[in-house]
Design a protein around this ligand. Sequence first.
Ligand SMILES: Nc1ncnc2c1ncn2[C@@H]1O[C@H](COP(=O)(O)OP(=O)(O)OP(=O)(O)O)[C@@H](O)[C@H]1O
Ligand SMILES: [Mg+2]
Length: 499
Amino acid sequence: MTEDPRQREMELPPRASSLVESLRDMGYSLRTALADVIDNSITAGARNIHLLADTHHAAPAIGILDDGVGMTEEELFEAMRPGTRNPLETRSADDLGRFGLGLKTASFSQCRRLTVITRKASAVSCATWDLDKVAERDRWVVEIPDNADHVRWSGRLQDNGTLVVWEKLDRLVSPDRQDGRHDLVRQLDEAATHVEFVFHRFLSGRVGGRLAISMNDRELRPFDPFHSNHPATQHHPEETIRLDSGEIRIWPVTLPHHDKVTAEEWKRFAGPEGYVSNQGFYLYRNRRLIVHGTWFRLARQLELTKLARVGIDIPNTLDADWKIDVRKASAQPPAPVRERLRRIIERIGVPSRRAYTGRGARLTEASRLPVWRRVQDKNHIFYRIDEQNPVLAAFRDDLDPARARDFERILRLLASTFPLEALHVDVSAIPEEVRLSQIGSEDLRVIASSMWHILRSRGQSPTEIEEWMRSAEPFRARWAETSRVLTEICKSAGSTENR
Ligand SMILES: Nc1ncnc2c1ncn2[C@@H]1O[C@H](COP(=O)(O)OP(=O)(O)OP(=O)(O)O)[C@@H](O)[C@H]1O
Ligand SMILES: [Mg+2]
């Protein structure tokens, strides 16, 4: 292209002192920042990563030490450059990076002083970004110390590997807060839990050999949100979606019901946000968890489907399609994938937003609710007592007309005062403790028996009645007892008929 001589040009490099402060606010938290630095260590082929935190020192510091390939001095300087690599560039298939920014943006989000010491082929190189110096000089200058011995933990560097050190943790410990250090310890604990979660497939050794990560020498253990090894976990058929730029693998799972796991497991797999919020897709990019607990607006997070979790594996060639962000903490499925995802979740019983009306109604179909009816009009859903229910109808038919009308009124009163809000609050907060009240054995016997006689008098066969009661509450849940009652009835009915 030839330059247009009439056009004026001017170079406007970003103002270092201002831009460097903006780079700090890309929305990282301590845990997402640590995960971003760990990504680099994994990409560098590390087998052991040590997260180090010195919270007792007057000037607390955090270190991330790996035994990966390390960098030459030239590579280190390039690594320290903000925007060192172009996101449009093709990366190797197991590279967890994309933007050439993470090391800097993640570190600056937590500290004002970032030092990287690295060793490759026994040569040690070191460089430091000190944001106070950048601000003061208003220039992008890195410090290059002659010797790295003074840097905390530098003695732990192996023959090959890299140590990232964060100092001046202004965002993590505010000097005027008494509880600052205590809060840092809490955040580090949370970060360790996060690392056990997002890197669980590396920690469990299922991907290319085992990776060990420790926090202050405590070994971190993988947390698999699918509870894959539990016998009561249901694994639904996997699917693959092939796009020009890569392949997507999808594996839906239903977690074990709470009576199949210990109370401790139930709580652990709920996660801090609970089962309802943690249902949904779990998106892994190169086996590293990016996003979890969302249906990507394809379905609602319902109590009914709280145990559904659907894993999605994408390669890094699909980054642009999925709109992966710098923090590796948000993504959106591209249009051609959305429809497939919708079909997959519907198949495993998650009513998609579109199908909710139909499926919701089916899941609570009348045969399951012999006393209550779910009624839906255009805008509302009601729960009513079914006055045509055989037991209720038979009782009403025995009353004189005035009492019968009173009885119907009472039923309507009960339905209209159903404690919907209290129930909703309880079911959302502590679903495992919410139970229907049980009717006693004698009541069950009387109701089952009168139901049987009423239906029989309407001409239904014993097999038909049994079939129906087997799927209707309260008999379904207490089928062993109900079945005994029916056997007794049949026996005595049989002897009457024989006489
Ligand atoms: N621990 C490490 N070991 C070896 N090389 C590293 C390490 N950390 C960073 N690098 C090098 O520095 C480069 C820049 O890292 P940075 O995290 O800033 O960007 P990225 O990983 O390329 O992309 P992203 O912004 O998506 O993280 C990396 O591409 C890698 O070459
Ligand atoms: Mg990176």
